[in-house]
Design a protein. Structure first.
Length: 325
């Protein structure tokens, strides 16, 4: 291969006696099938948003420990009582207030009921209330906050003033009133917990929608004739899913603690149904003589709360690209 080079008079003066009409082939790199450039591959494959978020979440040790603990607790709560010879309400007055042993791992209460089985059954009730209440609050908060943020104007003003009024009244007052009218049951606790807990989710969703509704993809969807609800629930809400998931994750421990607190006060789950709050309440008279009766359910509440908060912190860091390290 050769390339002709045209030289003007000035260039010929600079190279006297040399008439360079072509350059050697060694100065050029061949481009073809044997070229190294054609054999180069992308060393780092592209990742989706969720793959990248999961990769960052896995690097958070506390979040992974919390996730493993919650999963193990859920599995034991669902299947653990099935493999035990004891039931959560089975009484054996001859074995009351027995310390932990190989027969009764967590000991027994004053009625001879196995505390280990009652703790697992209490985990079933508490986790059920926590996750169901969080799911209901997410649905209400997303719809309420999405409509308020998207339509704005008078609609936003009216909806947000309702929220301001509800925030002004303590949550405990709502809960106590609902429990007084509906009685002590799981359904009434869920209604009481869902009465005001959605407000935080609604405010976060509203702020996200207000920001995103002026983005190009939302304007493009509106220009092609998409309806308001389609734009809201197909374009805006999915792009706000990160903060929504983080908020809902923190609602789960809040609901679990609220249920345990209500049961501890005696206005929540009632005996013989076991929840972590009722177990702690039943152990108060024997806190100095048989402290193990309060230790295990209180430890279950604490570890679950810590684990869920670790998961929430990990999701917050993983789903926010600005916090990427």
């Amino acid at each position: 291969m050769s390339i002709s080079v045209h030289m003007n008079d000035k260039e010929e003066d600079r190279f006297p006696g040399k008439h360079i009409n072509e350059l050697p082939d060694e100065l050029f790199e061949k481009v073809g099938e044997d070229s190294k450039q054609d054999n180069e591959e992308i060393s780092r494959p592209s990742k989706s948003y969720w793959q990248d978020a999961w990769g960052r979440f896995r690097k958070d040790r506390l979040a992974m420990i919390g996730l493993c603990f919650v999963l193990i607790m859920a599995v034991f709560a669902i299947f653990g009582p099935m493999f035990s010879q004891y039931t959560y309400d089975g009484q054996d007055l001859n074995n009351g207030n027995q310390p932990p042993s190989s027969e009764h791992w967590f000991g027994t209460d004053k009625f001879g009921r196995d505390i280990f089985v009652r703790t697992l059954y209490g985990a079933r009730i508490s986790l059920l209330i926590g996750f169901v209440a969080a799911a209901i609050n997410m649905v209400i908060g997303v719809i309420y906050g999405g409509l308020s943020g998207y339509f704005g104007g008078r609609v936003d003003m009216i909806l947000m003033r309702i929220v301001d009024i509800m925030i002004g009244v303590p949550d405990l007052l709502y809960i106590i009133l609902v429990m007084m009218f509906l009685g002590n049951s799981i359904q009434s606790i869920l209604i009481a917990l869902c009465l005001t807990s959605w407000i935080g989710t609604a405010r976060i969703v509203r702020s996200q929608v207000v920001t995103l509704k002026h983005q190009e993809y939302a304007l493009a969807a509106r220009s092609i004739g998409s309806s308001n609800l389609r734009i809201l629930f197909k374009h805006l809400i999915p792009n706000s899913i990160g903060p929504i998931i983080v908020t809902v994750t923190f609602l789960v421990p809040s609901a679990i603690f609220s249920e345990a607190f209500l049961s501890f006060l005696g206005i929540g789950i009632q005996v013989p149904i076991a929840s972590w709050g009722t177990l702690v309440n039943d152990a108060i008279p024997t806190i100095f003589t048989q402290p193990y009766q309060m230790l295990f359910p209180a430890l279950a509440i604490s570890l679950t709360m810590f684990s869920l908060n670790f998961i929430g912190d990990g999701l917050r860091d993983a789903l926010d690209p600005r916090l990427k390290k």
